[in-house]
Design a protein. Structure first.
Lengths: 212, 10
């Protein structure tokens, strides 16, 4: 465990909590892509099946349980409790275009052709693109609430910090996981355009709105 | 150098 990994995890946790609190406090999930949140719930579910097979540390187990519980709570709030506020008309990204290719790729390129390992690989690939429905929704409506942009910032920051963590681990532990690194790079690149808007607009007190 | 069955990252 190094400082980049830890702050990455905490940044991820912050993103998840910010989104949950935003929905809970405003009693609304307007502007939030339910599809992205469903994909994240699927990501955590398929990745953390190793909770049943291997124990790594108390930290590891508790964080996994928190991530899974929060992602299911978010999906519940969007599709059940605050369904009336869900902006389904703008959440039109075709998720099968992500899930099907990612599913195929995880069968073809993995560390080990075993069910748990294929599901882990699937979750790594899927996580790298799971934010696309949310970014698509923002590009469609042309704007995002400031709190939603904070959520996206911490979510992107988490993967960026993981990249530094992997460089650290490569040099100091000889650890290198090509699948995680390639997917992590792809994931971070997807946030670059957003990071630019976040720094130039949101941090200067302006609302994130895209030119028409 | 990693055991694929033990992914220690989140």
């Amino acid at each position: 465990m190094n400082i980049f990994r830890l702050t990455g995890d905490l940044s991820h946790l912050a993103a998840i909590i910010i989104l949950l609190l935003k929905i809970w406090k405003t009693r609304s999930c307007a502007g939030i892509s339910g599809k992205s949140q469903l994909l994240f719930a699927l990501v955590f579910t398929t990745r953390y099946l190793d909770l049943f097979t291997s124990f790594i540390s108390l930290y590891n187990t508790s964080m996994k349980l928190i991530y899974v519980a929060c992602s299911y709570a978010t999906v519940y709030l969007i599709y059940m409790k605050f369904k009336a506020t869900y902006d389904g008309n703008h959440d039109t990204f075709r998720v099968e275009f992500l899930v099907v290719p990612v599913g195929g790729l995880s069968f073809l390129v993995n560390h080990d052709f075993s069910p748990l390992e294929i599901l882990w690989t699937f979750s790594i690939y899927l996580e790298s693109v799971a934010i696309l429905p949310q970014l698509f929704m923002i590009s469609k409506t042309g704007e995002a609430e400031t709190i939603t942009t904070h959520y996206l910032f911490f979510l992107g920051l988490y993967r960026a910090l993981y990249l530094i963590n992997w460089i650290w681990r490569y040099y100091f532990e000889g650890f290198f996981d090509l699948i995680a690194v390639v997917a992590g790079v792809v994931q971070t690149i997807l946030y670059c355009d957003f990071f630019y808007l976040y720094v130039t607009k949101v941090l200067k007190g302006k609302k994130l709105s895209l030119p028409a | 150098s990693m055991d694929p069955a033990k992914h220690d990252e989140l």
